[in-house]
Every structure is written in structure tokens, then in C-alpha cells.
Design a protein around this ligand. Structure first.
Ligand code: NAP
Length: 435
């Protein structure tokens, strides 16, 4: 009897796990369970629309989904349609690959005002995630503050400041393009609480900010240190030096020469969101960076006026019933991916929200190894029992052939060199399938 495996979540971590199980050559059946009709998780809903190359990896995931040992169960939600405990009863092994999709709260006074939109929601909105389709972020402002200096903050700053022509050949959703390009936003302030040497963005992403058609990067060079901190590895020192050099180059831009600007602000820790019902400014405390690279408040404060604040300070995973959860760190409790007998986790729900797409591959390899070690052969019914249960509950499963129809409808509707016009409501996706 084949080892039956259910993978919950169809993002990179889920697909790398499926891929590793297939590659092992073991006798397995793999069912990938996804809440939405559309697969690929972070690739479709997280990666920036203008980073098309990063999304190419989905072709490999599609090949995995089409392997005869794999079945895609789209539009099936854990908790609503089937519980984790039921899955554990049906399958030899269950692997959670549900990612981290909840915004970490800012946690300062005033952070509940209108005009504060977490980055998971904002990115989900412009990328057409059905949960955020109707977010309608208040873009009726000249000034936006993005808190955090990681790659997600850079993505948001770039999407907000690229021209319609620069975004035309991307899969940015039509409603987000209309809203962003009609908005009066001229200045985006990306704010780091520590210094440029501690920033989390990578250099390719940073350099892109100096290549925009109608947006100038702005930085006060006084905050750029002359030397890289001495206590970092040689590799990190090279990466930091590159970032510092790019930031120094930014000083050559004339801020007035372009319609829009992205301000790189460092050593400023957010302490309060100011305004009435709607945000009017963020108050920051100036900081210095101590020997350990931490931010130390200097007791000096200043404000950046803005009508929209986007905290891009990291994500939490959503707790799932039946899964031991570390609420402080916002992820599942596991021993390097092993939760319990026959129960595993991979990707951001295991490690937290860090690394690039490929960083999830070792998790998939590890989970496959643990599964095949624990289960030389299968003992539980797997797919057949799952299909019976879902049929009994009248769940409308979107299989991979059905997803390909939705995919074809999206690509057929694309205009202006875009790869697709995304369907952003579950009902609209199901309509393509008729019935
Ligand atoms: P990140 O890289 O961890 O950056 C989070 C930023 O938020 C940091 O600057 C952090 O500062 C700051 N922050 C955290 N808590 C804060 C607070 N309370 N107040 C002020 N600032 C705070 O996370 P991310 O940008 O969400 O990215 C997640 C992962 O996805 C990263 O590994 C990233 O590289 C990856 N990613 C990659 C790409 C790409 O390759 N193109 C694109 C998007 C995302 P401290 O450092 O001081 O904590």
C-alpha cells in the first residue's frame, strides 16, 4: 500500500515537499490541499507583480501537480471543510505548509487608526488575493510611511512609485493599478529603526530603486557608516558593503527632478501614530546603533506627516485547530519540522517568515526524509477516504485540470503585454468552471 501524504498549502514549501517525495521514488500518493481554487500561495499572492522571473518556478510546481501520484484539492479549507484531526485519521502523514499570512501588529499607541494597513493585506490587495480584494486602502494622500526596511517594504515602495508604463506588462490587478496610478502619492518614506548596515533588503532589490522612471531615491548620507560592522561574517560584510555603496550612489539623485520620491530613513523607531480617527503622522524617536547592532533610543523625537502607514515588519502564521502553536513567535511548535507522529510542518509556519523562495526547499527535503523514515509503507486509506468525505460534505473541489481552465481564462483576458488578468474573487474563478 502506498504511503498516503496530505500537504496542506500549495505554496513553495508545499510543492517542494511534494517534489522531494516524488524524487525519492518511494511508493507514495500525495494530495495537496489548498483553501483557494488557485495554487502557488506566495508565488501568486506575495511575490511582487513586476518580479515575473521569480514566478517562473511555478512551471516546475505545475509539473509536480500533474504527476500521476499527485492530486490537487483546490477550494478545500481546513477547519471549514475538513479538520486537521480528520486528515490525520485519513492519511499516514500530514504536512502543514500554510505559510505566514497575518501581519505582525505594530504595537504602538494609535496603531488602530484608519489609514494603517498591514503589508500582508496591502500586498494581498494589489496581488488579487480574494481575502483582500475589497480592502480599498486609503491612497488619497501625498505621503506614505512604510515601516521596516526589508524586501517586502521595498516591493511596496516600488509598486507605489512605478509608472503605469512600468507596470503594464505585469500581473498587477486592474483595480489596484487604477487606484495606485490615480493616487496623489508623491513621497514614500521607508523607515528603519536601526542603521543602513542593519537593513534587511537585498542589494538587487535596493538597486532597482535607483532605476525607476519617475521616482528618485532620497537619503541623508550622514546616516551611512563609512565602514561595515566588524562582528559580521565575511559574506555579510560584502553584502552590507554593496548596500552601503548603493545608498551612497542614491545621494547623486536630484529629489526634485522626478515626480515621486522614496525616502530611505534610518535610525528612527516608531513610537506613536498621530491623528484623529485617521492617521496624520507617525512620531519617531531617533536612535543610535549600539555595538551589538541594536537600536538605542536617544530621547529625540520628530514626525513624518502621512495619510497612510504600511507596517512591513514581518508576518505571523495563522493558528490552526489541532496544531500546537507558539503564539509569541507566531508559528507551529515543532522539532525541526516534526510536530507529532505522522504530523509535520515546512516553510514559514515552521521557520517563521524569512528567506527567499528556494529557502523552503531544504524544509521539503527534510519533511520527505522524515516521512519516508517513519513510514516504509502505508497503512491508512488516504485519497479515497478524503474524496468520500468531501463528496459527503458537498465540497466543490477544484482539481488541477479545473485550475488550468481558470489559468487559461486569466491568460486569455490579459492585455498590454501582461501575462494574465487575475480573477480575484472565488466566485469568478468557479464561474469559469460552469455548473
Ligand atoms: P524582514 O526582512 O524581516 O524585514 C522586516 C523589517 O521590519 C526589518 O527592517 C525590521 O527591522 C523591521 N521591523 C520589525 N519589527 C519592527 C518594529 N516593531 N518597528 C520597526 N521596524 C520593525 O521581513 P520582510 O521584509 O517581511 O521579508 C520576509 C522575507 O521574505 C525576508 O526573508 C525577505 O528577504 C523575503 N523577501 C524576498 C524578496 C525578494 O527576494 N525579492 C521579496 C520579498 C520578501 P529590524 O531588523 O530592526 O528588526
Amino acid at each position: 500500500m502506498p504511503v498516503s501524504v496530505a500537504i496542506v498549502g500549495s505554496g513553495p514549501a508545499g510543492f517542494y515537499t511534494a517534489g522531494a517525495l516524488l524524487k525519492s521514488g518511494a511508493d507514495v500518493t500525495i494530495d495537496i490541499i489548498e483553501r483557494l481554487p488557485a495554487p502557488y500561495g506566495l508565488i501568486r499572492f506575495g511575490v511582487a507583480p513586476d518580479h515575473a522571473k521569480t514566478k517562473n518556478v511555478q512551471a516546475a510546481y505545475a509539473r509536480t501537480a500533474e504527476d500521476e501520484r499527485v492530486r490537487y484539492f483546490g477550494n478545500v479549507e481546513i477547519g471549514r471543510d475538513v479538520s486537521v484531526d480528520e486528515l490525520r485519521g485519513i492519511y499516514d502523514a500530514v504536512v502543514l505548509a500554510t505559510g505566514a499570512s497575518v501581519d505582525r501588529p505594530l504595537g504602538i499607541p494609535g496603531d488602530d487608526k484608519a489609514g494603517i494597513v498591514g503589508v500582508a493585506a496591502f500586498v494581498g490587495w494589489y496581488n488579487g488575493h480574494p481575502d483582500f480584494r475589497d480592502l480599498d486602502p486609503p491612497l488619497d494622500t501625498k505621503s506614505v510611511v512604510v515601516i521596516g526596511v526589508g524586501n517586502v517594504a521595498v516591493d511596496v515602495a516600488r509598486v507605489l512609485t512605478k509608472t503605469p508604463a512600468e507596470m503594464a506588462s505585469t500581473d498587477l490587478t486592474d483595480y489596484a493599478a487604477a487606484a495606485i496610478h490615480a493616487a496623489p502619492v508623491t513621497d514614500v518614506h521607508m523607515v528603519g529603526r536601526r542603521g543602513p548596515a542593519q537593513a534587511k533588503f537585498s542589494n538587487v532589490e535596493l538597486r532597482e530603486m535607483g532605476q525607476l522612471e519617475n521616482c528618485a531615491p532620497v537619503i541623508d548620507t550622514a546616516v551611512i557608516p563609512d565602514t561595515v560592522p566588524s562582528d559580521v561574517s565575511a559574506r555579510d560584510a560584502r553584502l552590507i558593503e554593496r548596500n552601503l555603496a548603493t545608498l551612497r550612489d542614491f545621494a547623486a539623485f536630484d529629489p526634485g527632478a522626478r515626480e515621486k520620491r522614496v525616502h530611505f530613513v534610518f535610525q528612527a523607531s516608531p513610537v506613536e501614530v498621530l491623528g484623529g480617527a485617521r492617521v496624520e503622522a507617525v512620531k519617531f524617536e531617533r536612535t543610535r546603533v549600539d555595538e551589538a547592532g541594536g537600536a538605542v533610543g536617544l530621547g529625540e523625537y520628530y514626525e513624518i506627516p502621512c495619510g497612510l502607514v504600511i507596517p512591513a515588519i514581518g508576518y505571523y502564521s495563522e493558528p490552526i485547530e489541532g496544531v500546537p502553536f507558539d503564539t509569541g513567535r507566531g508559528r507551529a511548535v515543532s522539532n525541526d519540522g516534526f510536530i507529532d507522529e505522522g504530523f509535520f510542518c515546512v516553510g514559514w509556519i515552521k521557520r517563521g517568515p524569512s528567506g527567499v523562495i528556494g529557502s523552503n526547499k531544504p524544509d521539503g527535503d527534510k519533511a520527505a526524509e522524515l516521512i519516508l523514515e517513519a513510514f516504509p509503507r502505508g497503512a491508512k486509506p488516504g485519497r479515497e477516504a478524503m474524496e468520500e468525505l468531501l463528496a459527503e460534505r458537498r465540497v466543490r473541489v477544484v482539481d488541477f485540470a479545473a485550475w488550468k481552465k481558470i489559468d487559461a481564462a486569466e491568460t486569455a483576458a490579459a492585455t498590454g503585454g501582461a501575462p494574465r488578468a487575475k480573477l480575484t474573487r472565488i466566485d469568478d474563478m468557479l464561474k469559469v468552471l460552469g455548473g
